[in-house]
Ligand binder design. Structure first.
Ligand SMILES: O=C(CO)[C@H](O)[C@H](O)COP(=O)(O)O
Length: 188
């Protein structure tokens, strides 16, 4: 289970949490950009472990996946709420992580789109070992829906940053995801 606090690089809170929780940083760069091809090398040089791009932003996902791998990074593939999961499926065997956006990309603090959960569930059923991430409006009130649908990675921004006790929110989110993953593996 990976837990991904969505906090700006170098933010003192994330640095302090990493120290306190003893986590090795894993840098997944979620590139909400047009022409994602142009940033692969710079991100690899900067030390990114994974490069996540939007399927809607490229005309040649296959070539981009190859380039990311050749630059030594794992591959994440994101879809916006309006993009159907069937559009992502042909690439699922070539990627490490599928990212289902649960808000329109743009800014923090938006409302979680529960109607994206069937996408997560479908991906989990079709690709049992794929990492599946959700991003947008995820916090203690919505996290269990993501975990039950099959997400094993979550991005959480506002719910953590607005809390007076970020560490307990992180632990809660992590526990819910771990328990759901455990239940899934027992049911297999
Ligand atoms: O980047 C995003 C949207 O473009 C993320 O959804 C957002 O930053 C996550 O924060 P929150 O938990 O507040 O939705």
């Amino acid at each position: 289970m990976h837990f991904v606090p969505n906090i700006t690089f170098g933010h003192p809170v994330v640095e302090s949490l990493q120290k306190q929780l003893g986590q090795d940083p894993f840098f997944d760069m979620h590139m909400m950009v047009s022409r994602p091809e142009q940033w692969v090398k710079p991100m690899a040089v900067a030390g990114a472990n994974q490069y996540t791009f939007h399927l809607e932003a490229t005309e040649n996902p296959g070539a981009l996946i190859k380039d990311i791998r050749e630059n030594g990074m794992k591959v994440g593939l994101a879809i916006k709420p309006g993009t159907t999961v069937e559009y992502l499926a042909p690439w699922a065997h070539q990627i490490d992580m599928a990212l289902v956006m649960t808000v329109e990309p743009g800014f923090r603090g938006q409302k979680f789109m529960e109607d994206m959960m069937p996408k997560v569930h479908w991906l989990r059923t079709q690709f049992p070992s794929l990492d599946i991430e959700v991003d947008g409006g995820v916090g203690p009130d919505t996290n269990h829906k993501c975990a039950e649908a099959g997400a094993n990675m979550i991005v959480s921004g506002s719910a953590i940053m607005r809390s007076e006790d970020p560490r307990s929110v992180i632990n809660l989110l992590r526990n819910v995801c771990s328990e759901a993953a455990q239940k899934r593996s027992l049911n297999r």
